[in-house]
Ligand binder design. Structure first.
Ligand SMILES: Nc1ncnc2c1ncn2[C@@H]1O[C@H](COP(=O)(O)OP(=O)(O)O)[C@@H](O)[C@H]1O
Ligand SMILES: [Mg+2]
Length: 260
């Protein structure tokens, strides 16, 4: 059974989507089969991997509503081993539509059940909110990866996020783990970034990944070409850092035994 990792932080602009796309590609580069699930109505993962949003195309929204099986909406990307379940703005209404549905927090988990076995990892890119879409993502997940930007208000809102994880553990998903906290957009030329990184390491201790994602123009450019950084500029520091993150996750997995 593939391991499901939700990439979550209710703050926008912290590097969730960048991490989802590039970690997914870096894991796939290890000869693994990876499914990326776009759970953000902005559909940035979808566009960032060069998938055109056609009117009427099947998206994750249809899977949540149960109108089509999730197999129907899996799309190949240009990157070997990496497939995606796309999202578009239809998902905006998803929160409201889910409220009255049967097993409303389990819709994504249920949708993924039959296909989990086909992948090594399934990564979910969450929206910037602690809404029903994020709850569905976490309930479907084995673990949560939290990107945090190395800036002054880094910890703001984090206790709310961790409270949500704790609540889900006590109720809907008792096995939910913290995959790790990922420091992103680190600029080693500024004292502030170094100070924030140190504070975050003190706060989260062993839960922080050793790998730190540097601020890199190349990482920001890649999605406009519809490519992960591994295709766009494999020699960049940004590419190097996501390759290292994938390695760290695979090593942690080996140390802790397999997910299934
Ligand atoms: N390491 C990085 N270096 C430079 N720019 C980055 C980096 N990570 C993300 N960005 C840029 O910052 C913005 C927000 O990142 P994104 O991954 O979309 O965050 P989120 O999904 O959390 O909203 C985007 O424009 C993205 O290209
Ligand atoms: Mg995003």
């Amino acid at each position: 059974m593939g391991k499901v990792i939700a990439i979550a932080n209710q703050k926008g602009g912290v590097g969730k989507t960048t991490t989802a796309i590039n970690l997914a590609a870096s894991l796939a580069a290890n000869d693994l089969r990876i499914l990326l699930i776009d759970m953000d109505p902005q559909g940035n993962c979808t566009t960032g991997l060069g998938i055109a949003k056609e009117p009427g195309m099947a998206t994750v929204y249809d899977a949540l509503m149960g109108t089509q099986p999730i197999d129907a909406m899996i799309v190949n990307t240009e990157f070997d081993g990496l497939q995606i379940v796309p999202a578009d703005k239809n998902l905006v209404g998803g929160n409201l539509d889910l409220v009255d549905m049967h097993r409303r927090e389990y819709r994504l988990r249920d949708a993924l059940e039959n296909i989990r076995g086909q992948y090594h990892y399934l990564l979910i890119d969450c929206p910037p909110a602690l809404d029903l879409l994020t709850v569905n993502s976490m309930v479907a997940a084995d673990s949560v990866l939290v990107p945090i930007q190395c800036e002054f208000f880094a910890l703001e809102g984090i206790s709310q996020l961790l409270d949500t994880v704790d609540r889900l553990r006590e109720s809907l998903q008792p096995d939910l783990k913290l995959e790790g906290v990922l420091l992103t957009m680190f600029d080693d030329r500024t004292n502030l970034a170094r100070q924030v990184a140190n504070d975050l390491k003190q706060f989260f201790q062993d839960d922080v990944f050793d790998t730190i994602i540097p601020r890199s123009i190349r990482l920001a450019e890649a999605p406009s070409f519809g490519k992960p950084i591994l295709s766009y500029d494999v020699r960049s520091r940004g590419a190097e850092s996501y390759i290292k993150l994938a390695k760290e996750i695979l090593e942690n997995e080996q140390r802790n035994g397999s997910a299934s």
